[in-house]
Design a protein around this ligand. Structure first.
Ligand code: ADP
Length: 312
């Protein structure tokens, strides 16, 4: 039977600069990027890729929904009347990128008011969310979402969490640390990035990050570290490191972690082998950072070529 990967969170309108000063309208957001990549690389018959969010009844939300559905994603939404989607803009200054966000009043912030619209998951399915999914919600929304995900975990759904720590989305560093650990406590698999974790939790190395999440209830911690080795540890003390193949010409590291997570999860669902899944994650992230934009076209063929190019 096909599995389902359900990602939860916020997709935003993206304005990115083009040659000549024009701006191009796209759609992106951390958990959505992961769903988008999962849909690109998983065979349709083997995996149903779904996204749960809240949108509004305006034209931009309608365009965003069309974009998601055209990408083959099974979208489930709550509707917030009279609102708008979040928006971010990419600024280019002599090749350096910076981002401006307009998301403080986005419809997605109300997603926890519509949890009855979240599709049913069964044992073996994956529910994937991030620290950003939690950060954008009001405190009561956070509690409802985490209760719902705990129910999923209790019935055998594999809950997966990427802390994706973004200090500016939180009222305080203490709030961020507390809710991050609460959310991570529901997850079987945690997919942190070491540099963010070191900055927020003071971890001295990737092993410290893994130990903190394993001690908090995770069964498996996969600690990404940019060009450094990915560290995988499980609760029984087993583990390994995997060094990503270097990328010669890095173009844009946007969505490196999101794309890693997609390929890791698709492969893990298929083969249940961690080393292969990490290898798949690194291969896709490598392809993504060699190109511009959050959503880089990729075919299953490209990826299998990337994978065979990697050392075993
Ligand atoms: P995030 O985007 O969440 O900050 P990381 O920077 O840790 O995530 O990167 C995620 C993954 O992307 C890494 O585990 C690695 O596979 C790949 N990656 C990132 N930067 C590089 C790089 N310079 N060279 C090769 N792979 C990279």
């Amino acid at each position: 039977m096909a599995h389902r990967l359900l990602a939860l969170g916020e997709c935003m309108v993206e304005l990115s600069p083009e040659e000549g000063g024009d701006y191009c309208v796209g759609f992106a957001g951390d958990t959505f990027n992961t769903a988008w990549y999962a849909r690109r690389i998983a065979p349709d018959a083997a995996l149903d890729v779904a996204y749960f969010t809240a949108v509004s009844d305006d034209d931009q939300s309608a365009r965003m929904l069309r974009f998601m559905r055209d990408a083959g994603i099974d979208v489930h939404t709550g509707t917030v009347a009279g609102g708008t989607p979040g928006l971010y803009m990419i600024f280019l200054d002599e090749g350096e990128r910076s981002f401006g966000y307009w998301r403080s009043d986005s419809a997605a912030r109300h997603l926890a008011d519509h949890l009855e619209r979240m599709p049913e998951l069964v044992p073996g399915d994956i529910a994937y969310f991030s620290g950003i999914t939690v950060a954008i919600l009001p405190p009561e929304g956070r509690r409802s979402l985490l209760d719902k995900l705990q129910n999923c975990a209790d019935k055998g759904v594999t809950v997966v969490f990427d802390p994706n720590l973004r200090p500016r989305l939180w009222a305080s560093a203490e709030d961020m640390r507390e809710w991050t650990m609460k959310a991570a406590g529901i997850a079987k698999i945690v997919l942190p990035s070491f540099d963010d974790e070191a900055a927020v939790f003071g971890d001295t190395d990737a092993a410290a990050t893994a130990e903190r999440y394993l001690g908090n209830g995770a069964r498996i911690a996969v600690v990404k570290n940019g060009p450094g080795a990915v560290l995988v540890k499980d609760r029984d003390g087993d583990g390994f490191q995997y060094l990503p193949e270097p990328v010669e010409a890095i173009c844009d590291t946007t969505a490196a972690g999101d794309s890693f997570n997609a390929a890791f999860l698709v492969d893990y669902l298929d083969r249940n082998r961690l080393r292969e899944a990490v290898r798949a994650g690194c291969a896709l992230a490598r392809h993504v950072i060699a190109h511009r934009g959050a959503l880089v076209p990729v075919s299953r063929m490209d990826l299998s070529r990337e994978k065979t190019a990697l050392p075993a």
